[in-house]
Design a binder for this molecule. Sequence first.
Ligand SMILES: NC(=O)c1ccc[n+]([C@@H]2O[C@H](COP(=O)([O-])OP(=O)(O)OC[C@H]3O[C@@H](n4cnc5c(N)ncnc54)[C@H](O)[C@@H]3O)[C@@H](O)[C@H]2O)c1
Length: 604
Amino acid sequence: MTLTEPTPEPAPALDVFPVVAVVGLGTMGAGIAEIAARSRRRVVGVELDAAAAGAALRRIEESTAHSVERGRMTAEERAELLGRISVGHDLNAAAEAQLVIEEIPEQLDAKRELFAELDRICPAGTVLATGTTALSVTRIAAATQRPERVIGLHFFNPAPVMQLVEVVRTVLTSADVAEAAAAFARGLGKSPVAAGDRPGFIVNGLLFAYLNQAAAMYESRYATREDIDAAMRLGCGLPMGPLALLDLIGVDVAKTVLEAMYAQSHDRLHAPAPVLGQLVAAGLLGRKTGRGFYTYAAPGSSQPVAEPDAHGDIVAVAGRQVRGVGVCGSGTMATGIAEVFAKAGYDVTLVARSQEKADRAKAALAKSLERMVAKGRLGEADRDAALARVTASGSLEDLASADLVLEAVAEDLAVKQELFATLDKICRPGAVLATTTSSLPVIQCAMATGRPQDVVGMHFFNPAPAMRLVEVVSTVLTGPDVTATVLELCTAVRKHPVECGDRAGFIVNALLFPYLNDAVRMIEEHYASVDDVDTAMQLGCGYPMGPFALLDVVGLDVSLTIEKVLHGEFREPGLAPAPLLEHLVAAGCLGRKTGRGFRDHARR
Ligand SMILES: NC(=O)c1ccc[n+]([C@@H]2O[C@H](COP(=O)([O-])OP(=O)(O)OC[C@H]3O[C@@H](n4cnc5c(N)ncnc54)[C@H](O)[C@@H]3O)[C@@H](O)[C@H]2O)c1
């Protein structure tokens, strides 16, 4: 099975569509007109009336003047560029163009009417493109007599800056039209990706489902808006948290896109979270109105105002004192966590199943510190001091005096429960017992002890010394002072704690894995290619890597396990692992670690 396709070579700029008409020169249209003219094409702009045309031209003049100020083009180039653009309000002028791009407001009737009109005006060979975000390209194409020459060209805002363009084919669009549209996008210096005609196409289809889950998570008071946003930024390296992003995009826009997605998929995960409807009804649309999930200094401002979150009932409780820390385990996580505590000045007892294993774990820790010294990030004296604070042991008895014991042993409930039962016998009364499990219920570990109020989850991310996020998981029985202890401890070791309840996936995995699963489903349904989906999410959302690159790094088996846990807990049909993921795992294609997953790494 070939899951990847080669990226075609860029076409020379003027091979396709030397004259382009742009109808509607608002936010998107003005930017597109500018970049089309920058590629030396002649651009015919059409607006509603003379006043709107004048305003549109001024927008383009201002934007290009800005580019001159910033040294991105010379005054001469700007004059030439403006000379290539004409803006009027007579749609008949579009007849000159080989490609017409529609960028009027997102209303189906208006777009269909415009396309019917363009179909009458333009020669038979002219390609008509819609800039719709969430409407059906097929239904717009059906308003014309040339559906084979109608396509979607979905640019991202701001069009002059964002590199991605989704080229949307309907079942009727001819292949040469799609190819010409992609070549046109490449000629503008953009990276086109091919998508089918589904609400949301690739980027919004994957993005909005995830944003909707984040809104629902906030609405259920599972975590505060700040914690949800911080978790996704720090845990996944995303440029923005989901609730802050909803405010930026506009809560109303998100609701519209989700409505369109739900109408087609009937997947409950696409049904807009009720809170979105409430915010829209209240006129709280996000940054543009000055308030959405957050409150901003003024309408249009990006500056959030500090205010207590209505959902965060913060009760100040003092934590317990922690000096000595015990870490159980000898793997990557245990070693990394022991390093975090030792570097922050805590005495650490690192306990493995044998003295030999513990010694090896300590040696790995020493090596990691050594790498930091080599990179100039740690002084030699600090390295020696950190290492001197770590005692390697093969006996759990050595944890008798620890103030907090954190286990990072195998992700197996029976193994963890047995360990907690033993710790319960050994550890002093009042010691905090923590698990770093990523997928098991913390309460099940707690119930293996006679002191469930002292048990809490501390979900570190890999590699622990580098990743700042820790999800602090309180069960229904965790004492408030125990949660407070762990929150204080995280801050003391320079981590960023977020608080959440004891349910599958906590914050990060519960939002991340359904998105990854949706991406797998896109491939499974031959809706888009692996490379196009990865490119689309990187360029469209600024993600550090696309979903398939991430799945191959995380491991397909690990991903499948987490997806099964999520599906088992929430029983949402939309969370069922994509069969393609199960098949790849069954075939031993587990990602980078086996040389093959969604991509073939062995041959690269
Ligand atoms: N804004 C975004 O972030 C974004 C991103 C990607 C795609 N889109 C999509 O792009 C399209 C345009 O959105 P926008 O944000 O630029 O809208 P906008 O409201 O900023 O601009 C629309 C422009 O179209 C003009 N117009 C309206 N009817 C017209 C007609 N019949 N003939 C000529 N001009 C007409 C209006 O005067 C206005 O200037 C929409 O389909 C939208 O969903 C928007």
